[in-house]
Write a protein that binds this ligand. Sequence first.
Ligand code: ADP
Ligand code: MG
Length: 220
Amino acid sequence: MIRVRDLHKTYGHGGQDVHALRGVDLSVDEGQLVVLKGRSGAGKTTLLRLIAGLLRPDSGTIEVAGHAVTGAKDAELVELRRSTVGVIHQDFALLPLLTAEENVGLPLRITRVPTADRDARVSELLDRVRLSGHARQRPDEMSGGQQQRIAIARALASRPPLLLADEPTAQLDSETGASVMELIRALVVDEGTTVVVATHDPALESFADAVVHLEDGRLS
Ligand SMILES: Nc1ncnc2c1ncn2[C@@H]1O[C@H](COP(=O)(O)OP(=O)(O)O)[C@@H](O)[C@H]1O
Ligand SMILES: [Mg+2]
């Protein structure tokens, strides 16, 4: 599902270069849940954004579900994210003026999925994340754990075969975090979704098929 070869990414700011990734190799097979661990600043978010095509590497290659991400045109990357890669951002990135159901349905609205199909999918997703009773609430009327589950539901709206989750439990207490991870684990088991979870929390490793460690810009 993911093939990353010799990936390099440097952020440059007025001579102060930050070598975020210095030769990362990673393979993730279909249906695997991989935990990408590393301390804050290790480059986890950078790697996830590169895989999602939200950021361009300096060198190296990335292949996702058979598509070459490196070298793809912007429009092809937009299409890849619509069809193949669901992203859960660390800060949830929910739209504050939209209700839970509107946030979840947004990707389907953008791709012009017919209203009846969209409504059916949204209701199925809200059910899946156990928030059916909160469909009309806005993000600021929900707890952190509920917002996190809405962000997961939205990332899954278009049934992406690959889900990238950036610190999905960072803002949750350990019990809520574990229930969010159980939800993600169930996706892998029930739907064969491939998942990469970036985290600095060792407690998440028990949910993983494989754990990779990012340190000094390299994986081990
Ligand atoms: N847009 C950016 N501009 C400059 N430096 C950045 C930028 N994004 C991240 N970095 C730096 O790159 C390194 C890796 O960051 P990041 O990928 O966010 O790590 P993590 O997600 O593991 O905390 C850090 O040193 C961070 O300060
Ligand atoms: Mg990060």
